[in-house]
Design a protein around this ligand. Structure first.
Ligand SMILES: NC(=O)c1ccc[n+]([C@@H]2O[C@H](COP(=O)([O-])OP(=O)(O)OC[C@H]3O[C@@H](n4cnc5c(N)ncnc54)[C@H](OP(=O)(O)O)[C@@H]3O)[C@@H](O)[C@H]2O)c1
Length: 240
């Protein structure tokens, strides 16, 4: 296994839920952090928590709406200028809208695709030159088991996560010869604000998967020897 100590990770949607948990797990491994979300107060709290876990790391943060290209450009420039590196990109920012196809307003459908698909695309576009220049790196795209098959009332979300899976695999095929590992992680329901608000956890927040479960998986994946690449993996619960 390789050490992650001293690497730099850029994480979108890092203010809460899975993004926060991955940030804190990486802080414990000695990884410097670049954090992006729309709510600055959340990012400040994550920064404080990360520095408490590991006062030796650097943490840079910048607000951005990942569905807006100029905002992504500005945020990534500011973070990479401050941290002077990026080795790991975790495309995690995402939104969930639940509703029947016919009742979902066009604007809402578009916003899900813009955030979940274009958000990942813009972030990769702005980070890739750094990874290519160093001829190494990791990109982890957070998909969903909802992207692996169609589900009623999840047409926009499912379509967005199916697109993330395909984009991610296409990129993996292009970049592995440049020593850049691109992987997709497809979690099923994990107890976060997103799933609690959508009532997916049915009041069983302690029984379903926890953000730390995913964070552990991502850390272990990143620690694999550089020659090994897991193309995609799904995380399921033993409490369906
Ligand atoms: N929880 C699950 O069961 C589950 C399962 C499968 C996949 N996922 C995926 O995992 C990712 C994280 O989900 P989560 O459960 O942790 O959600 P969450 O608790 O709602 O957190 C989402 C994070 O993303 C940020 N975000 C949302 N829209 C954004 C935008 N336009 N620009 C920048 N940041 C944005 C949010 O902060 P701001 O609102 O401040 O921007 C927040 O920090 C998502 O891609 C989700 O689809 C989750």
């Amino acid at each position: 296994m390789q050490s992650l100590q001293g690497k730099t990770a850029l994480i979108t949607g890092a203010g809460k839920g899975l993004g926060k948990s991955m940030a804190l797990a990486l802080a414990a491994e000695g990884v410097h952090l670049g954090l992006i979300a729309r709510t600055e107060a959340d990012l400040v709290l994550v920064k404080e928590a990360a520095l408490k876990i590991n006062p030796g790391i650097k943490v840079a943060l910048h607000t951005a709406d990942v569905s807006e290209y100029e905002q992504v450009q500005t945020a990534i420039k500011s973070i990479t200028d401050e941290l002077q590196a990026v080795n790991i990109l975790i495309n995690n920012a995402g939104i969930l809208k639940v509703g029947s196809f016919k009742d979902t307003p066009i604007k809402e459908w578009e916003q899900v695709i813009k955030t979940n698909v274009f958000g990942a695309y813009y972030t990769i576009m702005e980070t890739l030159p750094h990874l290519l220049a160093q001829n190494s790196g990791d990109v982890i795209n957070i998909g969903s088991t909802a992207g692996l098959k169609g589900n009623a009332n999840l047409s926009a979300y499912g379509a967005s996560k199916a697109a993330v899976n395909n984009l991610s695999e296409a990129l993996m095929q292009e970049l592995r010869k440049s020593n850049i590992r691109v992987s997709t992680v497809n979690p099923s329901t994990i107890a976060t604000e997103m799933t609690m608000n959508a009532n997916f956890t049915d009041g069983n927040e302690e029984k379903v998967l926890q953000p730390e479960d995913l964070a552990q998986l991502v850390v272990d994946h990143l620690k694999l020897p550089q020659r090994a690449l897991v193309k995609d993996f799904s995380l399921w619960s033993t409490n369906p």
